[in-house]
Design a protein around this ligand. Structure first.
Ligand code: 4NP
Length: 153
């Protein structure tokens, strides 16, 4: 079982988008029993909350469920519990490294560094552009799934 954790600031906009898109992609490839996906926040601001309305609406538009998803904060135990710990932007990656006490472990990296974009996922909490978040989530998740399959070989 491979375990993937997406991390952003609030765990209501970007990391739940990536989590739901990744789970959908994994299901479509018949890999549900091989890869587990979760998401978490660096902050404690939205613990227990459902994803942001904008994330929910965009995923619904593409037939992807957010049922049962609830915000939680990253914890020290996540370092051992996950094989890939993916920050949605560079400040998320810095905070993950600090919170887990892991300054340079390769299992912690920035999501879009796996794509030609090599940039932060802009935060739709501020931009309001959930289509952009969705499009980048699809692109990044496809790249991540390719990496996982490659790493397995
Ligand atoms: P996220 O977006 O990190 O993509 O979930 C945000 C969610 C909430 C806040 C900021 C960013 N906030 O300030 O509450």
């Amino acid at each position: 079982m491979i375990r993937v954790l997406f991390v952003c600031l609030g765990n209501i906009c970007r990391s739940p988008m990536a989590e739901a898109v990744m789970r959908d992609l994994i299901a479509k490839k018949g890999l549900t029993s091989d890869i587990k996906v979760d998401s978490a926040a660096t902050s404690s601001w939205h613990i227990g909350e459902a994803p942001h309305k904008g994330t929910q609406a965009k995923l619904k538009e593409f037939g992807i469920s957010t049922g049962g998803m609830k915000g939680r904060q990253l914890s020290a135990a996540d370092f051992e519990a996950f094989d890939y710990i993916v920050g949605m932007d560079s400040s998320n990656v810095r905070n993950i490294r600090d919170m887990l006490g892991q300054p340079d472990h390769p299992k912690i990296f920035r999501f879009l560094d796996l794509t030609p974009h090599r940039k932060d996922v802009p935060d739709p909490y501020y931009t309001g552009d959930f289509q952009e978040t969705y499009d980048l989530a699809v692109e990044g998740c496809e790249a991540l799934l390719n990496k996982i399959v490659f790493d397995l070989k």
